[in-house]
Design a protein around this ligand. Structure first.
Ligand SMILES: C[S@@+](CC[C@H](N)C(=O)[O-])C[C@H]1O[C@@H](n2cnc3c(N)ncnc32)[C@H](O)[C@@H]1O
Length: 254
């Protein structure tokens, strides 16, 4: 893995939930809602639709997004198994302590996922773990993920992407597409202009919630699990043109 596992563990230990403030509302709620919709779209495309879904969630972190997804998926579907894995034992310990009653099976896993060999899933989810890996590692991971698929399996994967060179946070978009191609057909991609905006917009929101004039409105906004559609549109239209070369891209693959 490109990033140090020790450092990832330390980052989880140093924060109350996770290093990305994924429990924050506002822009993260927009992101999570966007993923919910992408997952619903992928499930809608399952042909035939399994009576009970077997789901693998790779790089689940502290499980905040996983819990939200499990709950929204279970509204129209029966889940046989929801397995959420992460390379970081601190992340998994955090997930278990944050969600003690959870029906999600949280598990620490080696980064190459070979421990799961022989397992099969109907839906594979992976949000923002791809940039942790080098080109070679991602190619190997795609081949490994392919082994968990049957003919109808759908994958929903997201990554920070950049129209240019890869760096530690962003993966060059052409490179990522080329890495997936030998293993999967891409059915759909959708972009969210969000990741570079989080620090700026979210930090402002968190500060503004204590202000006398706008505090009430901001607190109401932050408390909403599902952000208003207009808030999503405003964030998209502000962030997109400012960072035209940086996006968060979600792929539905089969
Ligand atoms: C940025 S966090 C995203 C957490 C969560 N998916 C979300 O979007 O809210 C990425 C997580 O992926 C984990 N990770 C990276 N590579 C992985 C791999 N090959 N297998 C399992 N977990 C991995 C990291 O430890 C980290 O917790």
């Amino acid at each position: 893995m490109k990033r140090s596992l020790q450092r990832i563990n330390e980052q989880y230990i140093a924060t109350e939930t996770d290093p990305w403030g994924i429990d924050w509302r506002g822009t993260m709620a927009i992101r999570n809602r966007f993923y919910e919709r992408m997952v619903a779209e992928a499930i809608g495309g399952l042909e035939p639709r399994p009576a009970e879904l077997r789901i693998l969630d790779v790089g689940c972190g502290s499980g905040l997004l996983s819990e939200q997804l499990r709950s929204s998926i279970s509204e129209g579907n029966t889940i046989d198994r929801y397995l959420a894995v992460d390379v970081s034992e601190s992340a998994i310990a955090r997930a278990r302590s944050l969600h003690p009653q959870s029906v999600i099976e949280y598990r620490v896993i080696d980064e190459d996922l070979t421990e799961l060999s022989g397992e099969e899933f109907d839906l594979i989810l992976g949000f923002e773990f791809l940039p942790y890996h080098s080109h070679e590692e991602r190619c190997a991971l795609f081949h490994q993920l392919k082994r968990f698929c049957h003919d109808g399996t759908r994958l929903v994967l997201s990554s920070n992407v950049r129209f240019g060179e890869s760096d530690d946070v962003y993966v060059a978009v052409d490179q990522l597409a080329a890495e997936m191609t030998p293993c999967f057909d891409c059915l759909l991609t959708r972009d969210l202009f969000l990741s570079t905006y989080i620090d700026k917009f979210e930090c402002h929101l968190l500060t503004w919630q204590h202000q006398r004039l706008v505090g009430g409105l901001v607190r109401w906004l932050l408390a909403r699990r599902t952000p208003p559609a207009c808030a999503c549109r405003v964030v998209q239209s502000l962030a997109g043109p400012r960072w035209p070369r940086h996006r968060n891209r979600t792929f539905i693959l089969k």
